[in-house]
Design a protein around this ligand. Structure first.
Ligand SMILES: Cc1cc2nc3c(=O)[nH]c(=O)nc-3n(C[C@H](O)[C@H](O)[C@H](O)COP(=O)(O)OP(=O)(O)OC[C@H]3O[C@@H](n4cnc5c(N)ncnc54)[C@H](O)[C@@H]3O)c2cc1C
Length: 410
């Protein structure tokens, strides 16, 4: 019987494991390291988050993204290439978690004093606690108009449609967020004829809060927390997940919605010059015909494409996680697909924790981003240590606002 099993080899799984182990909690971790970033994002993509908001939290010094890139003389002037972030995560994993078990987990079974976790080859592992850190890849959202469209003609941005494959072809992109506009830029640069169709009336451009943070000195550091999620004043609440959790549910949902409205980093603006934008339009029907797909829009116009990319985001719904069986799902208190979590990211099933985007209903939008690893890993390990009566020796980043009260409370 292990103390803790972590499922997930992305930023959340890696940071949680390093914190738990540092605190002396015996932890085994499953997952393919950095697989989301490596396998689900197109070549040439950049991080939208600032470099300083993209550290995988670690209780040990010298593991920030800036330290990693600085050590290789590769700190970029502008946005960080996703390929550099994948290298960083892989370096972090190799140094801190070389024994990660890459097997996929197919089922979690509740037992009397813990859980039985089943790996893809049928081998079973028992643990008192399980931490689910499996990210958003399983929650890709496809609008109903595309329900029956074949994958040869319609892919989700999560399916990693490689831009170079679309040279000389007509591509429709649905969406108005970072993923839609960056995919449009990459496809257009690769030689595709691109049209973006969006419900929004315009693109919401985001002008880097981090540069303002630097320009405004001490005031900038107060106005723009390092987390780099949301605009003032909501960014202050988002940077304090413990405070966020104490707000009424309606306020939490409203803040999360406003923070997560589709928006795009302003550095992409010059890269979509050759891209046609159809704003304030909804796709009402998709009609595959031979090797093309026709889209009927709500203004009665029709478009024909060789391929359509749905950059339509992700909708968290625990019921879509294949490793959660009916018994566990029935015992999980949920709202709109998200679990209700206590201060230690523990669900209504004792010993079953959720970190990353699935924690956003309780802890806010910061848990949808790498910046949220700082608070999550520290609070999770403090809660687990406290329940097994250990003193946590992990330190939270000051701006993550993990107070001593949280730690004692945990
Ligand atoms: C296009 C795009 C751009 C983004 N850009 C940014 C950005 O600039 N900055 C930012 O902070 N965030 C960004 N995000 C959000 C990003 O997804 C999260 O910040 C980050 O990946 C969260 O890390 P995670 O560990 O929760 O999940 P992931 O990185 O998705 O890791 C999940 C892990 O779980 C493993 N796993 C899944 N299922 C199983 C299973 N059954 N058994 C075993 N292992 C399993 C996977 O192999 C993987 O290792 C972006 C998202 C998208 C879609």
């Amino acid at each position: 019987m292990l103390e803790t099993i972590v499922i997930g080899g992305g930023p959340y799984g890696l940071s949680a494991t390093t914190h738990l182990r540092k605190a002396g909690v015996e932890t085994k971790t499953f997952g393919s390291p950095m697989s989301f970033w490596r396998d689900h994002t197109p070549a040439g993509m950049m991080l939208r988050s600032a470099l300083s908001a993209s550290d995988i939290a670690s209780p040990d010094p010298g593991t920030t993204l800036a330290a990693y890139l600085g050590g290789r003389g590769a700190v970029p002037e502008g946005p960080v290439p996703v390929s550099s972030f994948v290298d960083y995560g892989t370096w972090f994993q190799t140094r801190r978690l070389p024994d990660i078990d890459r097997r996929h987990i197919t089922e979690i079974l509740a037992e009397q004093d813990g859980f039985c976790v089943v790996a893809e080859d049928g081998e079973t592992f028992r643990a008192k606690r399980v931490v689910v850190a499996t990210g958003i890849a399983g929650f890709a959202h496809r609008p109903s108009a595309f329900e029956y469209a074949p994958s040869s003609l319609v892919s989700h941005s999560n399916d990693n449609p490689e831009p170079a494959r679309f040279r000389g072809r007509r591509v429709g992109i649905i969406g108005s967020g970072q993923s839609a506009i960056e995919t449009a830029a990459l496809m257009s640069e690769a030689g595709a004829e691109v049209e973006v169709i969006m419900r929004a009336a315009r693109i919401r451009w985001l002008h880097g809060a981090v540069s303002l943070r630097d320009q405004l000195g001490p005031l900038g550091r107060v106005m723009f927390p390092r987390t780099d999620v949301g605009s003032p004043p909501l960014n202050q609440v988002i940077a304090r997940p413990a405070l966020f959790r104490t707000l009424p549910a309606a306020a939490r949902v409203s803040i999360d919605r406003r923070t997560m409205r589709a928006s795009v980093a302003a550095w992409l603006k010059p890269r979509i010059d050759g891209v046609r934008l159809s704003t304030s339009r909804t796709v009402v029907r998709a009609e595959p015909r031979n090797d093309q797909i026709g889209l009927a829009l709500d203004d009665a116009s029709v478009r024909k494409f060789d391929h359509v990319v749905l950059a339509t985001g992700f909708r968290i719904n625990l019921a879509r996680l294949a490793f959660l069986n009916r018994e566990l799902l029935a015992a999980l208190r949920r709202t709109a697909g998200y679990p209700h979590l206590n201060y230690g990211f523990e669900s209504s099933v004792k010993g079953l924790h959720f970190i990353g985007a699935t924690a956003a209903y309780s802890f806010g939008s910061v848990t949808r981003f790498v910046a949220g690893t700082t608070y999550s890993a520290a609070a999770l390990s403090a809660a687990i240590c406290s329940s097994s009566r250990r003193v946590p020796n992990t330190v939270a980043h000051p701006e993550s606002a993990l107070t001593s009260e949280d730690l004692t409370h945990a």
